[in-house]
Design a protein around this ligand. Structure first.
Ligand SMILES: Cc1ncc(COP(=O)(O)O)c(C=O)c1O
Length: 531
């Protein structure tokens, strides 16, 4: 008996069936003529879980939207000539030492004997204490309750931290907002200890999270709330007094997971170095159920170091620290040691001032150029380094995120289609009606030269598709028709399967693509399963 005869295989990320030179097959006998000549058999095999090209692999679990975009860019030559490309897709800040007023990052890292050993999975005490000291200096001055090293867990990057939090959560309803950070999709799918409930934010309202919204969530039984703040991808922030109000609502009712990776990219206080953090409003650091997550990745511009932290009540932190023993094993010790001197509070304040001034200038440059091209940017985002770019004013053929993304690739520019931020954990919803369709996320994290190159590329796209500023403005003012629009899907998207399924026929899909005007319209039709 042999199982070595499988005939059908496909590239699951591009969805293109591939001819296998191997003849493995999970069956004890050869396919009958009935089977090989039958379309329905082929379709079944291409889509069915039991017929993957590698027995133990489900590649649909492997990549986030941003990675999918990068892979499409590779197909257009990004890997061969990266210098000729403007990657405005990945959320990476520039990492050079040439930002005025910013401290120079270490060029070498000392590896002590301790650094050779396994480190504690909650992080080394010195760095945990340095983080606690930073939060006390910047957010707890004059307050009785202060953080100690036991309120801090060091984790190998933000995503590892999010996964650790997810791993120790109760059997709860977890509320999250859309749009939000793409990696939450996977974080909210992998664990079965809680049920994730989406809460769409309204486009017309600038995707603001109002305290009332939080109260509503809690009233319907949600006891964990997760959000980025400042928010990826919209660049919006909830700050005091509203943030304090939200925390008051949650106190003793719900655990608030505040992803503050962009807290330093705050342009609301005249670039004075202030970092936005929920730590300002906590009454008792061991009682208030607020978990704050941040790290060196964004505001210290060291994404490659993989050093991040979670700050919260001791009991929570103990669990989050311990679960590193079966999840990731902890952050590397030499880089933890090297991070300690960077977190001196005065040094951080100076650094944040330099960062804010530099990135605000880049934001202003990008907004001015995009507006000159005819893009509608009603309110300039006051935090992060993202623009949630509305494409509605563009000619129909590029007025959706996927087609605009494709057109940008031809000009060596990478942006991320908005649909990837319409979080859909466990792929429970059909995203073809996504209100994020007519957006892309534009990152102004890269250096000015790259931004210029990217904007020049976008200008060429608009010229190519005959978009004029006057027409874009007129289209925005008159509003988009409510009649469902047909979207000419690029060829490679014919089998892109956000829902994890390979959809029957491209034509079938075309009929279903339209652009609702707001999240609330879609909210009414959301089908949410909470199993
Ligand atoms: C909101 C948010 N949180 C967390 C992270 C994770 O950062 P890291 O690269 O450290 O895993 C990111 C990265 O893009 C992010 O946008």
């Amino acid at each position: 008996m042999s199982f070595n005869n499988r005939k059908f295989s496909m590239n699951r990320s591009s969805g293109v069936p591939r001819e296998s030179t191997r003849t493995r097959r999970f069956s004890t006998h050869e396919p009958s003529a009935n089977e090989t000549n039958s379309k329905i058999h082929r379709q079944f095999r291409n889509a069915h879980e039991g017929h993957k090209s590698h027995a133990g692999l489900d590649p649909t679990r492997a990549s986030t939207g941003v990675i999918w975009c990068t892979e499409r860019a590779y197909e257009h030559g990004f890997l061969d000539e990266p210098d000729k490309w403007a990657n405005l897709g990945q959320g990476a800040p520039e990492v050079d030492d040439d930002i005025e007023g910013s401290f120079e990052r270490p060029h070498t890292v000392d590896v002590t004997m301790t650094g050779r050993e396994y480190g504690p999975t909650a992080g080394i005490k010195g760095l945990r204490a340095a983080v606690a000291n930073l939060y006390n200096a910047h957010h707890r001055e004059g307050k009785e309750s202060k953080y100690t090293w036991e309120n801090v867990c060091i984790v190998p990057g933000g995503r590892a931290g999010l996964i650790r939090i997810a791993a120790v959560l109760n059997n709860a309803y977890l509320g999250f907002f859309i749009p939000d950070y793409t990696a939450y999709n996977e974080m909210l799918s992998l664990f079965k200890n809680f049920a994730a409930i989406p809460s769409p934010l309204a486009e017309a309202d600038g995707y603001h999270i109002h305290p009332d919204k939080i109260a509503e969530e809690i009233a319907r039984g949600t006891s964990v709330i997760l959000t980025s703040n400042p928010r990826n991808p919209t660049g919006k922030v909830v700050k005091n007094p509203e943030l304090a109000e939200i925390q008051d609502i949650c106190r003793d009712r719900a655990t608030l997971v505040m992803d503050e990776f962009y807290g330093g990219y705050n342009y609301t206080s005249d670039c004075d170095g202030t970092t936005i953090s929920a730590a300002d409003n906590i009454d008792d650091v061991d009682e208030d159920d607020v978990l704050i997550i941040d790290g060196l990745t964004k505001r210290f511009r060291l994404p490659g170091w993989r050093i991040a932290w979670i700050v919260g009540p001791k009991e929570f932190i103990k669990a989050i620290g311990s679960c590193g023993s079966y999840l990731d094993g902890g952050a590397n010790v030499p880089f933890q040691e090297a991070a300690i001197p960077m977190l001196e509070p005065n040094k951080v304040l100076t650094e944040m001032k330099a960062l804010q001034t530099h990135f605000r200038d880049k934001r202003d440059y990008v907004v001015e150029r995009l507006r000159a091209m005819g893009f509608k940017i009603e309110t300039v985002p006051d935090s992060t380094f993202y623009l949630w770019l509305d494409l509605e004013g563009l000619p129909d053929s590029i007025s959706d995120g996927l087609n605009f993304f494709q057109a940008c690739l031809e000009e060596r520019v990478i942006v991320v289609p908005g649909i990837f931020f319409d979080l859909n954990p466990s792929k429970r919803r059909d995203l073809f009606d996504s209100p994020c369709h007519h957006f892309v996320r534009f990152s102004y994290g890269p250096k000015m030269d790259t931004l210029k190159m990217g904007l020049d590329g976008i200008e060429r796209v608009l010229q190519k598709f005959g978009s004029s500023k006057a027409e874009a403005e007129e289209k925005h003012t008159s509003g988009r028709s409510r009649v469902p629009l047909l979207l000419a899907l690029p060829k490679h998207l014919n089998s892109l399967s956000e829902s994890g399924r390979h959809l029957a026929e491209p034509q079938e899909r075309l009929k279903r693509v339209y652009f609702p005007r707001s999240f609330s319209e879609v909210a009414a039709t959301l089908r949410v399963r909470v199993t």
